[in-house]
Design a protein around this ligand. Structure first.
Ligand code: DGT
Ligand code: CA
Ligand code: CA
Length: 569
């Protein structure tokens, strides 16, 4: 995907400029890279429409670089820097504990350019002898590399590709060649990461369909081409399988190719136990076809309710359906708020007005600004004084706006479980989202106690991204979640589902566990720019995958209820 490629180049440039001691440019490049990597449309399209400069964070020189990339396939500024620093920043950046300065030290002192070089240096104990490293950091690096390799799967974050998937399928639809064309597989189940894109279609002209399909500009390479199944590599960096099936099998094929596999296996067993046979062509008794055209028909004939794709993870949904206890999960359209939004005031790239306006455009009724608090210096956290000024701005904005903005904070939970702002000051916030970001290298017990202390303080409303995992970067914190859930229940504190794609935190299986404690949840996009507000959909998807109903979710309440149900008064 050119978006990702250009974002990586910009991150590389930022790292190299930082090594050179350049002052503000690295920050500008990182900001632009963040915006580009999370863009819902193809950057190339923005370029072709001449709208690069309209993007936030993209000035004249970056716009020129992007144009240069699309015209020549290269960016000279980048190539020149690379000659000075022939280092694999892309991999090193993803290893915890390696910033640009340390990467450069490794290169300068030991000639380390890539992961293999780094691994060799670690196994021959060379790192510990370097100034500023030591034995402990050598050991940490070894562990962090292991973690990186373990998490580095060839999967994409759905939140970053779903809009591209949908645009792609829309193109197929618009061709007029298909009677029906739908997304199946993990993307339909809204799994946080996807291995490929599965598309199912019905058509009278399969050959023409496949010809049209493989010629789309999103297709990089054709892997297999047939009239019922074609597989291609997409520019996005993953494969797409399209299958054309007869209309009378569309439902059973959708069921089969939506999965997941374990869910399917269980369904098939049920069919067998009823003397039937289930496959992608239909549900059969002997030679008689009992179901096939619709998914609903397949489930009904097996004595089950048709269930939302998000539920089909073999997490007890089949048993619950049989018992008639399957919940009516929250609808995407029932979410009317976003309770985790950043602005320029801390580390976001848009103003309060811009964020609110964009949120209103996607149909939200209120949002909570949750900028970082002062100890999170890397994110430009706010102190009391700056928060007070922002509160005044918010109050003024609300006087004349339709959408309402809550005065919130993403509050650092400090090392000892105390909070980053005085309790008297916290009272003035509408919404306090407690978060662990720093000093998390602690024992399971200490970390659990730290978080539980904050939950029991009576001063926070919800816990931001509770496990602090970063998909592909770092594992969840080692915390006793059962203790956290009990504390939330006891102190009437909510838990956040953060929909920012690489967070997707609380993970859906833990959401389902937490629900059993009777806890309520807040959903947040964790937007750092207007185009991230769309991630509220991903948070909602996780809520649905965790079996949450409307009543379990704060964001489905109106503002009056929000204040009524908020325990902190
Ligand atoms: P992914 O692509 O790894 O993100 O996950 P899925 O779930 O999209 O898996 P994929 O693309 O391999 O297959 C699509 C669906 O096809 C899967 O969810 C269930 C079904 N399927 C695949 N292999 C099998 C199988 O061996 N047995 C059964 N019953 N179903 C299968
Ligand atoms: Ca798939
Ligand atoms: Ca597939």
């Amino acid at each position: 995907m050119s978006n990702q490629e250009i974002a990586e180049i910009f991150y590389d440039i930022a790292d190299m400029l930082e090594i050179k001691g350049v002052q503000w440019e690295p920050r500008a490049y990182r900001n632009a890279a963040m915006v580009i990597s999370t863009l819902p449309v193809d950057l190339k399209k923005v370029y072709e429409e001449g709208k690069l400069m309209e993007m936030e964070g993209i000035g004249q020189s970056m716009s020129k670089s992007i144009s240069e990339y699309f015209q020549t396939g290269k960016i000279k500024k980048y190539e020149d820097l690379r000659k000075q620093f022939p280092i694999d920043f892309r991999v090193f950046r993803k290893i915890r504990g390696l910033g640009p300065k340390r990467i450069f030290t490794l290169y300068k002192k030991l000639g380390i350019k890539d992961l293999n070089g780094l691994k060799d240096a670690i196994s021959s104990n060379k790192i510990r002898k370097l100034e500023g490293f030591g034995e402990k950091s050598e050991e940490d690096l070894r562990k962090n590399i292991e973690a990186f390799l373990k998490l580095k799967e060839e999967r994409k974050l759905l939140g970053l590709v779903i809009d591209h998937f949908e645009d792609f399928v829309k193109k197929l639809e618009k061709s007029g060649l298909f009677k029906d064309v739908r997304i199946a597989g993990s993307a339909r189940r809204m799994r946080e990461t996807v291995g490929d894109l599965d598309v199912l279609a019905v058509s009278d002209m399969p050959e023409k369909c496949m010809d049209f399909f493989v010629k789309l500009p999103e297709v990089k390479e054709v892997l297999v081409k047939g009239s019922t199944k074609t597989s291609v590599r997409l520019n996005l960096g993953l494969n797409c399988d399209i299958r054309i099936v007869p209309a009378e099998s569309f439902g059973s094929a959708m069921q089969y190719f939506t999965g997941n596999k374990e869910h399917n296996v269980k369904l098939r067993k049920i069919a067998i136990s009823m003397g039937m046979k289930l496959n992608e062509y239909g549900l059969f008794k002997g030679t008689k076809k009992l179901a096939g055209p619709t998914e609903e028909g397949v489930y009904k004939a097996l004595g089950l309710d048709e269930m939302e794709p998000e539920l089909r993870e073999n997490m007890g949904e089949i048993e619950a359906s049989k018992a008639g206890t399957l919940p009516k999960i929250v609808g995407y359209e029932e979410i009317i708020a976003d309770l985790h939004v950043h602005t320029k005031d801390s580390d976001g790239s848009n103003s309060l007005e811009e964020m609110a306006e964009a949120a209103e455009k996607i149909g939200l009724k209120y949002i909570a600004l949750t900028n970082h608090s002062k100890s999170l210096r890397v994110a430009n956290g706010l102190d009391e004084d700056r928060f007070q000024k922002l509160a005044a701005k918010i109050a003024k904005f609300n006087e004349k706006s339709r959408i309402k903005v809550l005065n919130g904070v993403e509050l650092e939970i400090l090392k000892d479980g105390s909070l980053d702002l005085p309790s008297k000051f916290l009272k003035d916030f509408d919404f306090v989202l407690g978060a662990l970001h720093q000093n998390t290298k602690m024992s399971r017990q200490d970390l659990t106690e730290r978080l539980v202390k904050a939950i029991d303080s009576g001063l926070i409303d919800s816990v931001a991204h509770p496990t602090d995992r970063m998909i592909g970067e770092r594992e969840p914190l080692d915390i006793d979640m059962e203790k956290v859930f009990s504390a939330c229940k006891r102190s009437d504190v909510w838990l956040e589902i953060d929909g920012y794609p690489n967070r997707s935190d609380l993970p859906f299986d833990l959401v389902k566990n937490a629900k059993d404690y009777g806890i309520k949840f807040t959903l947040g996009s964790d937007a750092h720019s207007v185009n991230h507000l769309r991630f509220i959909r991903m948070a909602t998807a996780i809520a649905r995958r965790g079996w949450l109903e409307k009543k379990d979710i704060v964001n489905a309440m109106g503002l009056n209820d929000f204040f009524k149900f908020r325990r902190r008064k």
